[in-house]
Design a protein around this ligand. Structure first.
Ligand code: IPM
Ligand code: MG
Length: 356
């Protein structure tokens, strides 16, 4: 029997309850498709601060490096708001991205047919479907650039810097071109090249690389225009590639087009097959422990993990189909509509598992 060794980081807030549902679905998929998940549970984020004083213990990093890939719930919460920036739960997340070299963040924004009416965008704009893949650079740019605070003539200041090197741009552009080749062969590179030097280098490098992908139709868009186009005509996009900061913002915007942030999965990939998988939503501390959180984004992240890191594409597709099928009858409160059965977090997990 194939064995997949993963590190599980349940995290904070609703993290543990949604991860449990995804593990339930993974076990059911394993039974059906002939593999076994071997899970090594470790600490990250607020839970790690409480237990060890730091958001990312070295042993968590070491365990992740020894595993096939990493599965994460969500981190953070008001309990840790008073921590200094470098010791917040979010610092654990940024630290693990960097320590594991997870430079390519894939954030699909799709509309699930049964949930179409949840989208705030008009029907005539959405049509029957929307399927955008945002490829966000994840270990560079302003998140990791030179930063500091100081004081000059009694006036306090702070700065963060955006810096990208050609190799950093090339490797994320390569991921994006390759994703476009597997999809509708359309790539939009998003930058602010009318203002920023780092964006001009970004654009020049992406253009140079396009020679290797003659089948991919490449266009460029300024980030402000892209923010507007995403709601004006989202169907024009197939794959979007952009920097860490712009990708953070645009992926939240794109997720809302699909109606519920509780539905969207993500993968953060390193060189090769290694990756970290997590829902794009946060830890929602306000609803933690009530059994009302939507576990579907996490379950769909498990499907991405099976596809990109664990070579189980059939099981991945089966989970995605089961999620769509479950949405025809059962709904967690965030996506509830009249005519459906309102279910808890674990009942939703049961529904997906039983539809596999
Ligand atoms: C995300 C989040 C993180 C980010 C935060 C929590 C550090 O917003 O994954 O999009 O900004 O990257
Ligand atoms: Mg974000």
């Amino acid at each position: 029997m194939r064995e997949h060794k993963i590190v599980v980081l349940k995290g904070d807030g609703i993290g543990p309850e949604i991860v449990d549902e995804a593990l339930k679905v993974l076990d059911a998929a394993g039974e059906k498709f002939g593999f076994k998940m071997v899970c090594d549970e470790r600490l990250m984020g607020g839970a790690a601060i409480d237990a060890t004083g730091v958001p990312l213990p070295q042993e968590t990093v070491d365990a992740c490096k020894a595993a096939d890939c990493v599965f994460l719930g969500a981190v953070g919460g008001p309990k840790w708001d008073s921590q200094p920036g470098s010791n917040r739960p979010e610092a654990g997340l940024l630290g693990i991205r960097s320590a594991l070299g997870l430079y390519a963040n894939l954030r699909p924004a799709t509309i699930f047919k049964p949930l179409k009416s949840a989208s705030p965008i008009k029907d005539e704009i959405i049509g029957d479907s929307m399927d955008i893949l945002i490829v966000r650079e994840l270990t560079g740019g302003i998140y990791f650039g030179k930063r500091g605070t100081g004081e000059e003539n009694g006036v306090a200041f702070a700065y963060d810097t955006e810096q990208y090197s050609v190799p950093e741009i090339r490797r994320i552009a390569k991921t994006a071109f390759e994703m476009a080749m597997k999809r509708n062969k359309k790539l939009t590179s998003v930058d602010k090249a009318n203002v920023l030097d780092s964006s001009r280098l970004w654009r020049k490098t992406v253009i140079e690389m396009s020679a290797d992908y003659p089948e991919v139709e490449l266009n460029h868009m300024y980030v402000d225009n892209c923010a507007m186009q995403l709601v004006r005509n989202p169907k024009q996009f197939d794959v979007i590639v952009t920097s860490n900061m712009f990708g953070d913002i645009l992926s939240d915007e794109a997720s809302m087009i699909s109606g519920s942030i509780g539905m969207l999965a993500s993968a953060s990939l390193a060189e090769g097959k290694f990756g970290l998988y997590e829902p794009i939503h946060g830890s929602a501390p306000d609803i933690a422990g009530q059994g009302i959180a939507n576990p579907l984004a996490t379950i769909l992240s498990a499907a991405m993990m099976l596809r990109y890191s664990l070579d189980e594409p059939q099981a991945a597709s089966a989970i995605e189909s089961a999620v769509n099928a479950a949405l025809e009858t059962v709904r967690t409160p965030d996506i509830y509509e009249e005519g459906f059965r309102k279910v808890s977090t674990s009942e939703m997990g049961d529904a997906v598992a039983s539809l596999l």
